[in-house]
Design a protein around this ligand. Structure first.
Ligand code: DHB
Ligand code: FE
Length: 287
């Protein structure tokens, strides 16, 4: 059976791509942010994932307002990045894992999640930048990916409760995946930020720290917040927390925190990183 090794949750601000391209990691503005990542690299070297299932939100590259699925699962052999207009270089394509994608799709639909299945899918900065932060160097990616895009663009957005349930269903499917793969779950976005309107630049550190704390042992606590609660507490784009909550939902075992970092601001965003290890429970492995 496959093994879920853990989850990593990370912010995905486009300016990070510019800092990487220009080699600014050691500059005073960027150093506190990039310094959060070496412990994640060390853990990844131990956890040795073969494949990453990535919960993220597409910002208008692959889906736009004309057609916007609530949840979409990639089933492509390869995922390319493309210019979104941020002025950052595109990254190398990612290898997909169509067999795992179709297993997830079958399992999610059987579990009554009416997802959209995508045999072609461009991936935007919300997928590429966390990958570039976790595996720096711009070399060949050491993992295959299965991207799961969540609607964070056009209201009504999926609730945190539903996002957590999606993650739970993904976790059950991964536990039932008959392979020797070691699977990493990634959730990207957040933490508090608002990019436009009267509250542009809004950040809520106490709320963010409460969320990071709850992510470890009490993720259900976060599912009690409605989408509008999150907009109020974490800003309009703070709703990206949905991908963190989905990733946490996919951890089916005993969860321990390996590492976290939090830094304000990068651009308009309060940035967070968490590394959560998953110890599979015997019951899940036998299922
Ligand atoms: C910023 C943050 C995001 O999450 C995003 O998708 C785009 C921009 C920002 O703070 O600049
Ligand atoms: Fe975003």
């Amino acid at each position: 059976m496959a093994t879920i090794v853990g989850a990593i949750t990370s912010s995905h601000v486009p300016a990070i791509g510019g800092a990487i391209a220009k080699g600014r990691q050691q500059e005073p503005y960027w150093k506190p942010f990039f310094d959060g990542y070496p412990p994640a690299h060390a853990w990844l070297a131990r956890a040795k994932p073969d494949v990453a299932v990535i919960f993220y939100n597409d910002h208008g590259l692959n889906f736009f307002l004309d057609k916007l699925p609530t949840f979409a699962v990639g089933a492509a052999p390869e995922y390319r990045n493309a210019d979104e207009g941020w002025g950052i270089p595109t990254v190398r394509p990612f290898a997909g894992d169509p067999a795992l994608s179709w297993h997830l799709i079958e399992s999610l639909v059987a579990d009554e999640f009416d997802i959209t299945m995508c045999q072609e899918m461009l991936v935007d900065h919300a997928c590429t930048l966390p990958m570039a932060l976790l595996w720096p160097g711009g070399g060949a990616w050491p993992v295959r990916i299965v991207p799961i895009a969540m609607n964070h663009v056009q209201h009504p957005l999926p609730s945190l409760k539903r996002s957590f349930a999606l993650g739970r269903a993904v976790g059950r499917a991964l536990d039932a995946w008959e392979s020797n793969d070691r699977i990493l779950v990634i959730g990207t976005g957040g933490l508090s930020h608002q990019l436009d309107g009267e509250r542009a630049g809004f950040i809520n550190k106490p709320f963010d720290l409460m969320c990071m704390d709850a992510m470890v042992n009490e993720p259900e606590k976060l599912t009690r917040y409605s989408t509008l609660d999150i907009v109020r507490e974490a800003g309009a784009q703070g709703t990206e927390l949905m991908a963190w909550v989905a990733a946490r939902g996919a951890l089916t075992g005993r969860v321990t925190k390996v590492h976290s970092s939090y830094h304000i601001p990068v651009s308009n965003t309060a940035t967070g990183l968490m590394v959560l290890e998953n110890q599979p429970l015997p019951a899940a492995r036998a299922a």
